[in-house]
Design a binder for this molecule. Sequence first.
Ligand code: EPZ
Length: 418
Amino acid sequence: MDRFIVQGEVQLCGSIAVSGAKNATLPVMAASLLCSGITVLHNVPNLRDIRIMQEILTLLGAKIVRQQHTMIIDTTGVNKAEIPENLMREMRASVFLMGPLLGRFRKVKLSYPGGCAIGPRPINLHIKALEKIGATVIESYGYIDAVSTKLTGGKIQFDFPSVGATENAMMAAVLASGVTVIHNAAREPEIIDLQAFLNKMGAKVYGAGTDTIRIEGVNKLNAAEHTIMPDRIEAGTFLLAGAITSGDVVVEGILPEYLFSVIDKLQEIGLQIDIGYNYIRVRAGEMRGVDVNTLPYPGFPTDLQAPLLSLLTIAKGSSIITETIFENRFKHVDELTRMGARIKVEGRTAIVRGVNGLTGAIVSAPDLRAGGALVLAALAAKGTSEIEHVSHIDRGYEQLEVKLRSLGANIYRLKQVT
Ligand code: EPZ
């Protein structure tokens, strides 16, 4: 497993452009299965999770070519609707394939996606949504079989605005006969990107980004060309990197309106923020502790909870961070404690008491965003840090160390020859 070696106490300065959004790319790749043709996607990030989705689509019969950040997906040869167990286990986001495979082949078989480091990750809302539009879903022996002779539009009411369940429902409903309305839909920006792609294919989807999405079923969809939106979570991570190192960083090529909850929190902490039409600039300020609850969009994103917590370990005073989305998303706390942070976790709440500074240590990335948080802490810490299990970080951040080095960070990847 590769590791990062970081020499801390370097103020980051300069401009950095983010990659395409992982969490928009995955559902859009899945949606390409809804038609037989050649889909062209631009601004696709080069990430481990994207490569796994590519492997799954190829196993289902698709032919995929990558040219830099463009991906060409030929789905004319797709003739399978069963997702192999080993790949399901490697990436639970494969659950996004239920909707499109049901929509195109009226059947899908996949192993029950296990939990992951951040929680059990149930899919009851996905299944309930698919049943509402005519699917019969059988869960047995660790597998899920969904079949439907005919998908018909229906009314879906989510108990919780699940991102994945909203996206699965959209992708299953676009080829159903009649109208489907999703109430209490997730409002994340990546859902707006999925709607844009589906409508380029000839679908009739309206309302993404609000809590009510209307889908008028059509008979056929065609392949389309689409540019993936910029990654707001990567953008937030770089803003927090500039903040934690008391630097001066411009994150560009982004949609600032998708980061207003993060900007608001950074300003509350005391950082100087300038907002342009496609960039945000963060400069150092006297940092003080704040309270934050993670919430469904447009609330503060759970994917930036860990990186923000790293910043708050060196803010003056105390902070209370409540993780309302996932059950077990404080795995970065033990590792930050090794670096001198003072944090107490009680259930879904972490109480942080600011310290004057962190010290470098050998730490291990427990999951994707916790790994990002440890990198930020190492950038600010006194001395040298080693971050193990960088493969978790590579799932969601493309060449993180290269991008941070372009801002002046002293961070290098030590490739572990296995
Ligand atoms: C998406 O996961 C993202 N992943 C996650 O990003 C992100 O943290 C999450 O949305 C919330 O924003 C992708 O888009 C690939 P949810 P998803 O369904 O769809 C519960 C990252 O780091 N729930 O909104 O799985 C669930 O247990 C990843 O990039 C049910 O109870 O999120 C969780 O507590 C991590 N039943 C909560 O809802 C269900 O059927 C949020 O889950 C589905 C979800």
